[in-house]
Design a binder for this molecule. Structure first.
Ligand code: IMP
Ligand code: MG
Length: 182
């Protein structure tokens, strides 16, 4: 039986970021985005699946009109915890982003390879601007330079789960960020 953490079935691991701390920071990011994009045609592009909880909470704090769209990529082998470096688009955007102000919404930047690839692909479609908003930045692991415009939390080099991030596809539902310490 898995342990219960804050009423959720979860592996018995440490909580790195508590729900209230997450939500407080997300509200701050939303407020900043609202100011920065006022009067512009904003499209939030969520990278599935990890970014989905972040997107839905973030967009509720952005009180200016904006569209959302989704993209799914795969960069890990099945069950692996490291990016292979080979990124595949599994699901592409529905709408054309030409001339739009695109803000990518990601769960975590690790090596930076996934985001670097996505940015190359999207830049070729000529958006008016392309920026990145990530909830977590595991900066010690960076292999490829990616400019981050909005960062929720800088975190140490540990494998995390919860709030969109999975442990072998489970625990994305948790309202906190947990950390795997082996
Ligand atoms: P990158 O290409 O190495 O930057 O990997 C980015 C992707 O790897 C993220 O979008 C996540 O889906 C996944 N990832 C990286 N670190 C973690 C982690 O600690 N927990 C869960 N997923 C992670
Ligand atoms: Mg991801």
């Amino acid at each position: 039986m898995p342990e219960t953490v804050l009423g959720y079935a979860a592996p018995a691991k440490d909580i790195l970021i508590e729900p209230a701390v997450l939500q407080g920071r997300i509200a701050e990011l939303g407020k900043q985005i609202e100011i920065d994009y006022a009067g512009q045609e904003l499209v939030l592009v969520c990278i599935l699946k990890g970014g989905v909880l972040f997107l839905t909470d973030l967009m509720r704090t952005i009180h200016i009109p904006h569209a959302i769209d989704f993209m799914a990529v795969s960069s890990y082998g099945i069950g692996a915890r490291e990016t292979t470096g080979i990124v595949r688009i599994i699901m592409d955007l529905e709408r054309d982003i030409r001339g739009k102000h695109v803000l990518l919404v990601e769960d975590i930047i690790d090596s930076g390879r996934t985001l670097h690839y996505i940015c190359d692909v999207l830049r070729a479609r000529e958006p008016a601007s392309l920026k990145i908003c990530t909830l977590l930045d595991k900066y010690e692991r960076r292999e490829v330079e990616v400019p981050l415009d909005y960062v929720g939390f800088h975190i140490p080099n540990e494998f995390v789960f919860g709030y969109g991030l999975d442990l072998d596809e489970l625990y994305r539902n948790l309202p906190f960020i947990g950390v795997v310490r082996d």
